[in-house]
Design a protein around this ligand. Structure first.
Ligand code: NAP
Length: 309
């Protein structure tokens, strides 16, 4: 019997593990893939307060957090959670066929990238289409790449891609970016970055690899075909259209708002002993710092719940 099971080892889950371990709670941290979630795919972190280390990436920050969680005694399981039973004093989480019991559960399962939503998208994922510049930028050295979206992620990763690609074109459905002004300024000042405004991608195509796409101007409905340069034979298309919460497992168990889990400011869901932290919950700012803060609060509240039991 664990005191706390934490689902997800991103910034929220790792912070919860650090705080729970430090409170001497018997802690299990479950992660289905690599630690870090979305931040592991981020090339540069410049707004984590105090985090001004040279070359700080999502990976470097997360590996230090994971080491810190291990130092405070958090146990680890790598596997996908298949089901949960959260009501009652003893909660169970089934992972890789094993039923694991705990007094409390912290859900920190995060979110994943929204697909571009164009025709043929699935056929070209890994063959020109990517949702992770850190992972795939290197494949497009001296080639043309396109980034879809206008938020922080799209614009930051467009800037990162200029270190590899010959040119980077941001395609956005409006004529204004959503990204923070400081990020916008850097992008507008970067000679390698161009913009196609008021446009969405209708379809992609190619001969094994991505070399053609059709974009539609949403104001005029005019369709334009874009073809890969003859010498390149391929171009990159990076989707950064926001997030979808990883909450399918909880849809019949917890109240969701647009798929996000509702909590109070102490990360409590409406089931006693069950907390949610980080990008998976309803909140106004999804950042490493807010995820980390959520994780800390959830762990402290889990400890309080156990001592009140
Ligand atoms: P986001 O802020 O939700 O931006 C999504 C972008 O995709 C928006 O520009 C949106 O257009 C566009 N979009 C959404 N659905 C679309 C569709 N179906 N077709 C075409 N375009 C579509 O997502 P994000 O940039 O991934 O960021 C997610 C969260 O992480 C945000 O809270 C963000 O602040 C945070 N983040 C922060 C940093 C940082 O601080 N350095 C870096 C990365 C992410 P509209 O603008 O027209 O809605």
């Amino acid at each position: 019997m664990y005191d706390v099971i934490i689902i997800g080892a991103g910034p929220a889950g790792l912070s919860a593990a650090i705080y729970a371990g430090r409170a001497r709670l018997k802690t299990l941290l479950i992660e289905k893939a690599a630690d870090g979630g979305q931040i592991a795919a981020t090339s540069e972190i410049e707004n984590y307060p105090g985090g001004m280390l040279e070359d700080e990436s999502g990976q470097t920050l997360i590996s230090r957090k994971a080491e810190q969680a291990a130092r405070f005694g958090a146990e680890r399981v790598y596997g996908t959670v298949e089901s949960v039973a959260l009501t009652g004093h003893v909660k169970t989480v089934t992972c890789a066929g094993d039923e694991i019991s705990s007094k409390t559960v912290i859900i920190a399962a995060g979110a994943h990238p929204r697909p571009i939503g164009c025709k043929n998208e699935a056929a070209f994922v890994g063959r020109g289409i990517s949702y992770c510049a850190t992972c795939d930028a290197n494949f497009f050295r001296n080639k043309e790449v396109f980034v879809v979206g206008g938020g922080d992620a799209a614009v930051e990763e467009a800037i990162y891609l200029t270190k590899f690609a010959r040119s980077v074109t941001v395609i956005h459905r409006r004529d204004k970016l959503r990204a923070a002004k400081s990020i916008q300024e850097k992008a507008f000042a970067n000679e390698k970055i161009k913009f196609i405004w008021d446009s969405v991608i209708e379809s992609v195509d190619g001969n094994g690899v991505l070399n053609t796409m059709t974009i539609r101007n949403v104001k005029t409905d005019v369709l334009t075909d874009i073809h890969a340069d003859e010498n390149d034979k391929v171009f990159g298309l990076f989707g950064y259209l926001g997030l979808l919460p990883n909450s399918a497992l909880f849809k019949d168990v917890l109240p969701l708002e647009n798929g996000y889990i509702r909590t109070d400011e102490d990360m409590r869901t409406n089931i006693p002993g069950v907390f949610a932290a980080g990008d998976i919950r309803v909140k106004s700012l999804r950042q490493v710092i807010t995820a980390a803060a959520d994780g800390a609060i959830a762990a402290v509240q889990a400890e309080k719940y156990i001592s009140d039991m």
